[in-house]
Design a protein around this ligand. Structure first.
Ligand code: DQA
Length: 150
């Protein structure tokens, strides 16, 4: 099974971006560890980061033709603004776990609303980079349950 991990705007700056909020690990380090954990579970992981809404939408569409079993998605600031990304997730109907490093519900009011959460399978936030690993565990379990028994 293949899982796609999507990261939105400014997440390429992880490691140096507001480390008190987002930690000191780079996105490459987080994705490397996640790829290794996925491999131990017999899963293939693809990672894609973009600062552009349209590129993220195109990648979500592509996933539905690409045999991707599910998505792990940190939409960054687009979480709070992008109807188009929400529609893309709803449109492909792939199981999706929304991830945020920070606890968006404990931050500024404008971050407390996610347009993505209502079309996601679930949301994990507030656990830093560990959130991606928790999301992977949750998504694999969800996808295995959905697979017809053989
Ligand atoms: C974030 C939270 C968003 O509000 C913010 O715009 C980000 C990162 C997080 O991972 O905590 O870019 O998605």
């Amino acid at each position: 099974m293949k899982i796609l991990v999507l990261n939105g705007p400014n997440l390429n700056l992880l490691g140096t971006r507001e480390p008190g909020i987002y930690g000191r690990e780079t996105l490459a380090q987080i994705m490397q560890r996640l790829t290794e954990i996925a491999a131990l579970q017999g899963m293939t992981l693809e990672a894609f980061q973009s600062n552009h809404e349209g590129e993220l939408i195109d990648r979500i569409h592509q996933a539905s033709h690409d045999n991707v079993a599910g998505l792990i998605f940190n939409p960054g600031a687009y979480t709070h603004t992008s109807v188009a990304l929400r529609d893309a997730i709803a449109g492909v109907a792939l199981p999706t776990v929304e991830v945020h490093l920070s606890n968006i519900h404990a931050r500024e009011e404008f971050r407390q609303k996610s347009l993505i959460a209502p079309v996601s399978t679930g949301q994990i936030c507030g656990f830093g980079a560990l959130g991606y690993e928790l999301a992977l565990t949750a998504l694999i379990s969800h996808c295995r349950k959905e697979q017809p028994a053989t």
